[in-house]
Design a binder for this molecule. Structure first.
Ligand code: BES
Ligand code: MN
Ligand code: ZN
Length: 454
């Protein structure tokens, strides 16, 4: 169980959720009618009231939630993470969704403490009766793993450190793990090699497997670009500033893998992470270089900053070889996806309409939304090269779509494939979502796989 959860029956301060309409009744029950009135607490969404007891101790908390269905932010109770004094709490009544409310408070309590001590505010919650606290614990741990990996700056999170993180996770769940590097990588994974060869920190392909080989084969592929300078097509200062997070896809795959393994979902899980640094040196790959990919397609480099799709291409072709039920990749792939959908909505690409519909619905239910963009066939022509089978870039328009269409060239045998173009970052804090690294689309996928295979 995650330390966020207190034992059932622990002494706990009650949290009362109210709307303007229920304020009188709920405040009455909490013995807080007079104090709420005196403090001008009206139960507006997001408003909170710390209610003292007779001896001045904290006796109860009131928190305003949105009335009715279709609320703007199911994570609103996550705001309590920044409000409540250290202590143990319980839900005195049900918010809209007790599971998401508990999750939001847990995820909102996250702090990244590797380089500076936390401010020491520890919150605990007695799990609401309706909630599977063991499952929620696995989800919180997975999200925390993803956030920690992404928040860690590149000097401490290069390809070797990303490998170490994957090995640690594999060990914890007794998964098998292998790493391809050196001359074998150069021979068998030419695109991963090309992107990574300019860095003093050697590129590698991490390959982890877990579960009963007879169970359905699900493979997660995560973009592990441990820093993206853009390569010789160098990014400007603003564009480069946050590129420690360019391994966010890898971190998301690992966080999701933790959730699935901790809950022992009956799958044969495989996680593939091409781990590289896209840097600049005399050995960097260049614009107009042409490489023969693992799959055999020749790729002309139109832009060295379109590196994520290159490392994914070789990893996807390996994933595809064993004809899995489902291949899912996560990648901080394009700025264009952010222009289209903003930071909170990962773009989802798939040819499988049922999968797309299921993911959209479950994403909303989990408050881990994803939004489908089209694999628009006619734009494939934008990727044409004059002298190679394909270019790695498709020009200025529809950049997230042409990136996804490039990836699709390397998947063909898998029964289904889904690609998530994620941001992996919260630019400014929201309830349940502290500023900094974020784990996107993994909770939605966890819920879907659990539903489909349990
Ligand atoms: N890692 C970036 C994409 C990115 C940038 C994601 C900022 C999130 C925030 C990726 O490797 C990249 O540089 N993509 C280029 C592609 C272009 C050169 C075709 C982009 O989106 O500009
Ligand atoms: Mn790039
Ligand atoms: Zn990148």
């Amino acid at each position: 169980m995650h330390p966020f959860f207190a034992p059932t029956g622990a002494t706990a301060i009650p949290l009362h959720f109210v709307t303007a309409a229920t304020l009188n009744a709920v405040a009455g029950k909490a013995g807080a009618s007079a104090f709420a009135k005196a403090a001008d607490f009206t139960g507006k969404p997001g408003q909170s009231l710390l209610v003292p007891g007779k001896g001045g101790e904290l006796a109860a908390v009131l928190f305003g939630i949105e009335a009715g269905a279709g609320h703007a932010d199911p994570f609103l109770p996550g705001r309590l993470a920044g409000i409540l004094p250290p202590g143990t709490y319980r839900f005195a009544n049900a918010p809209h969704d007790a599971r998401l409310a508990a999750l939001a408070i847990a995820l909102g309590s996250y702090t990244f403490t590797r380089y500076r001590k936390a401010n020491g505010r520890t919150l605990k919650l007695v799990p609401p009766a309706s909630v599977d606290a063991a499952e929620l614990s696995a989800i919180i741990e997975g999200v925390t793993l993803t956030r920690d990996l992404v928040n860690t700056p590149s000097n401490d999170m290069g390809p070797a450190e990303l490998e170490a993180a994957a090995r640690k996770l594999a060990k914890a769940h007794r998964a098998k793990i292998g790493v391809i590097a050196g001359s074998t990588l150069a021979r068998d994974f030419p695109l991963i090699q090309a992107v990574g060869q300019g860095s003093a920190r050697a590129p590698r392909l991490i390959d982890m497997t877990w579960g009963n080989p007879k169970h359905p084969k699900i493979t997660l592929v995560g973009k592990g670009v441990c820093f993206d300078t853009g390569g010789l097509d160098i990014k400007n200062d603003a564009g480069m500033l946050n590129m420690k997070k360019d391994m966010g896809g890898a971190a998301t795959a690992l966080g999701l893998a933790h959730m699935l393994m901790a809950r022992k979902i009956p799958l044969r899980l495989r996680v593939l992470i091409p781990a590289v640094e896209n840097s600049i040196s005399g050995t960097s790959f260049r614009p107009r270089d042409i490489y023969r990919s693992r799959k055999g397609l020749t790729v002309e480099i139109g832009n060295t900053d379109a590196e994520g799709r290159l490392v994914l291409a070789d990893a996807l072709s390996l994933a595809d070889d064993e004809k899995p039920e489902l291949v899912v990749d996560f990648a901080t792939l394009t700025g264009a996806a952010r222009v289209a959908l903003g930071p909170e909505l990962p773009a989802l690409f798939t040819d499988d309409d049922t999968l797309a519909g299921d993911l959209a619905g479950i994403g909303l239910a989990e408050n881990d939304p994803v939004w489908r963009l089209p694999l628009w066939r006619p734009y494939e022509a934008l990727l044409d090269s004059r002298i190679a089978d394909t270019n790695n870039v498709g020009g200025g328009h529809g950049g997230a779509i042409t990136a996804a269409l490039f990836l699709r060239k390397f998947v063909g045998n898998a029964k289904a494939w889904a690609h998530f173009d994620i941001f992996a970052w919260t630019p400014s804090a929201k309830p349940g979502r502290p500023e900094g690294a974020e784990c996107q689309a993994a909770r939605a996928l966890f819920a879907l796989l659990k539903k489909q295979y349990c």
